[in-house]
Design a protein around this ligand. Sequence first.
Ligand SMILES: O=C(O)CCC(=O)C(=O)O
Ligand SMILES: [Fe+2]
Length: 216
Amino acid sequence: MQLAETSHDDLFESLATDLQTQGYAITHDALPLLMSSGLLNRVVRLQHGDFTAAGTGRQQQHQLNQFVRRDKIRWLSNDDPAEAAWLDYMAELQRYMNRRLYLGLFSYEGHFAHYQPGDFYKKHMDAFKGQANRVLTTVLYLNPNWEVQDGGELVIYQAENHEQELLRVSPRFGTLVTFLSEDYPHEVLPAKRDRYSIAGWFRLNSSTPLRADPPR
Ligand SMILES: O=C(O)CCC(=O)C(=O)O
Ligand SMILES: [Fe+2]
């Protein structure tokens, strides 16, 4: 549909410009309402048992993880229509960024995250320079009527000085955060309410003839 494509393009273009000039982008009311409300309906209908404790590394122990992050996650799949719509949207964004910024993005992986009151994710990087294949982080928030006093901000630190705070983002419904995964340490502060989001990453292709690139 011509109209929808045009409006996506406006958003994608402003994301590309922000990423190019400052390495991150914060967009409010980022999605067509139909898509964001579909995702909200989906995530609130999922049961607690549909989520699993998030890991911080492939072989790390649950106990250790608990000090770092407390969220529960559920990977997205094309089996659900709302999730499929988001995955399609991310595929479009990937094509756009590759055309516009030559990022060479190869795939996208994403999960719902549920932080219960008090849950956090300590300061971390999503990828490390040199070894990383996660290049672009995206976080979409799904919390209607979020108030400042509910907490749960995403704190992003400066790329040049990892001790210095750059900005804080409230996880308000429809806000989309994107940043270069190798450049920005960040953390999730505890919230007073249940906090829902979709965290996702665009990756480069790291396949070799001996090792197929797994999706996550
Ligand atoms: O939910 C957020 O604000 C960020 C989550 C995050 O940093 C992650 O999942 O790696
Ligand atoms: Fe992260």
